[in-house]
Design a protein around this ligand. Structure first.
Ligand code: FAD
Length: 472
């Protein structure tokens, strides 16, 4: 069942809380579409509405679109944050019907069709598209968040990068073998695509990039452990590809622990339960790639519209991606649970968000013309996951393969989907250079590393220095 929307713009609202920026309601005659979130879903919807006879406002709390699939490359020093970020204003500059607002949506009133923004402003919509994505999920153990950061934002990637590279720096300064080993042990929780990518990249850093960069430690002795609760890595993939991915990881020097449940994470390391056995792994670097939960807009929509949420807090949508009983509110991308195709909800991947964005844009125009709108159908073009240089797995449904060819497919798919031409060019050059030299030129340590709290840990070699240099 597909709902309809009015082709008349409803009466404009009201006030600007700040008084500095009058509320923009679009032209008084045109239908006003407000898109919340400039990720894959929101941006593709906005782009598709560029020539539509509507006014569009895209609101995001960041001023850029982030290409999340390459975040792990920022986290591991291969590329810089700007290489995978595109300013939303720039991307949408040619869409004359579109305005970009840097702000955060904190509430909505579906009866008056008003959004409340973080600075207190109100914004009226005729049609609302919510595409605010998801964040990390620690399954009731939020205290692990500071010890085991996840990877979702640029800040997360920079935090991971700081932790990975300062772990080697700290190990270089330590004499105590046990403590040194803990700094040179990296545990990645979650054997999905992100966990596999991170584990493979850290192994390449330890065994390749940094190999001859240190004098006190041998970085190739670093231990990289990938922990997965299920019986194989890349659980949603075909078992044969999971097996290939595991072998490739092992060849890179990654220890793969499957059917291992993490029961605790603290400053000393990770505790695992495998069957009846409990094991403590001493490590100073734990990275989280295990779960997602809906962004806060999911709960806001549930509270205000009565929308059904799934266990991860995602909004269960109708076949046309609208919220049940609210034909002018659509939820797309990672925040949406679309249960109408296959026996499982659609996966939280970029192509789903992009296709949903384009579908909703098209369906808004169709409705305004009074045309019939067909339900959304996702066209699955396949899945890719990268393990390391020359190593990836590809599942196109009718054919599955791994190795260097799969890696090339992965490389070109990711270059192709980078939003701007500048990004494509820079990343291509950077990857070409990294491929030839094995280098990772963006391995800067910026900011403070919160883990280095005990100065005695890193100063264990300083008494020697004091003896030889004397005091002044
Ligand atoms: C590390 C990582 C690796 C990935 N790798 C792949 C991959 O290889 N292939 C693949 O297909 N997919 C991959 N994904 C998944 C893919 O990135 C997501 O499926 C996709 O980004 C979802 O798009 P979206 O538009 O729903 O949300 P997002 O892209 O997350 O965008 C949400 C936007 O909403 C904004 N926002 C949130 N709340 C508010 C608010 N209240 N007000 C205003 N703005 C708000 C955010 O700032 C953000 O810009 C990966 C994801 C991650 C995190």
């Amino acid at each position: 069942m597909v709902s309809t929307i009015d082709n008349q713009s409803s009466p404009p609202p009201t006030t600007s809380a700040t008084g500095t920026d009058p509320i923009w309601t679009g032209s008084s005659h045109r239908h006003h579409v407000v898109i919340v979130g400039g990720g894959f879903g929101g941006l593709y919807a906005a782009k598709a509405l560029g020539r539509a006879p509507v006014d569009v406002t895209l609101i995001d709390k960041r001023n850029f679109h982030l290409f999340q699939p390459l975040l792990y490359q920022v986290a591991t020093g291969a590329i810089s944050p700007a290489d995978i970020a595109s300013p939303l204003r720039g991307v949408l500059a040619r869409n004359k019907n579109t305005r970009v607002l840097l702000n955060e949506v904190t509430d909505l009133n579906p009866e008056t069709q008003i959004l409340i923004l973080k600075n207190g402003d109100a914004l009226h919509y005729d049609t609302l598209i919510v595409a605010t994505g998801v964040s990390h999920h620690y399954f009731g153990n939020d205290q692990w968040q500071t010890i085991a950061p996840g990877l979702k934002t640029v800040e997360d990637a920079l935090e991971m990068r700081r932790r990975i590279f300062s772990a080697f720096e700290t190990a270089e300064k330590i004499e105590d073998p046990a403590l040194q080993k803990a700094w040179m042990t990296f545990a990645i929780v979650g054997g999905g695509p992100t966990g596999v990518e991170l584990a493979g990249a850290i192994a390449e850093i330890a065994h390749g990039t940094l190999r001859h960069n240190f004098r006190h430690i041998d970085t190739s002795q670093a231990e990289i452990i990938l922990i997965e609760g299920m019986d194989r890595v890349l659980p949603p993939y075909d078992p044969s590809l999971s097996a290939t991915a595991k072998e490739s990881l092992q060849r890179l020097g990654v220890t793969v622990r499957t059917q291992a449940m993490v029961t605790n994470i603290d400053e000393q390391g990770v505790t695992l339960k495998q069957g009846d056995t409990t094991e403590a792994i001493a490590t100073k670097t734990v990275l989280w790639a295990a779960g997602v939960k809906a962004s806060s807009m999911g709960q806001i929509l549930a509270d205000r519209t009565g929308a059904e949420l799934d266990r991860a807090g995602r909004v269960v949508v109708e076949p046309d991606l609208s919220v049940s009983g609210h034909g002018n509110i659509f939820v797309i991308g990672d925040l949406a649970n679309f249960p109408h195709q296959g026996d499982r909800p659609l996966p939280g991947v970029a192509p789903v968000a992009m296709q949903e964005g384009e579908y909703v844009a098209k369906s808004i125009v169709q409705r305004l013309k009074g045309e019939t709108v067909n339900p959304f159908r996702y066209l699955d073009l396949g899945s890719l996951a990268v393990i390391g240089k020359n190593s990836a797995v590809v599942d196109l449904g009718f054919v599955k393969f791994a190795g260097p060819l799969a890696w090339l497919v992965w490389v070109f798919a990711h270059i192709y989907y980078l939003i701007e031409f500048d990004n494509k060019l820079i990343v291509m050059i950077q990857w070409g250079w990294n491929y030839v030299t094995k280098s990772r030129g963006a391995r800067l340590i910026t900011g403070e590393d919160a883990r280095i709290v005990d100065p005695t840990e890193v100063r264990q070699r300083e008494p020697e220095k004091a003896l030889t240099t004397g005091g002044r």
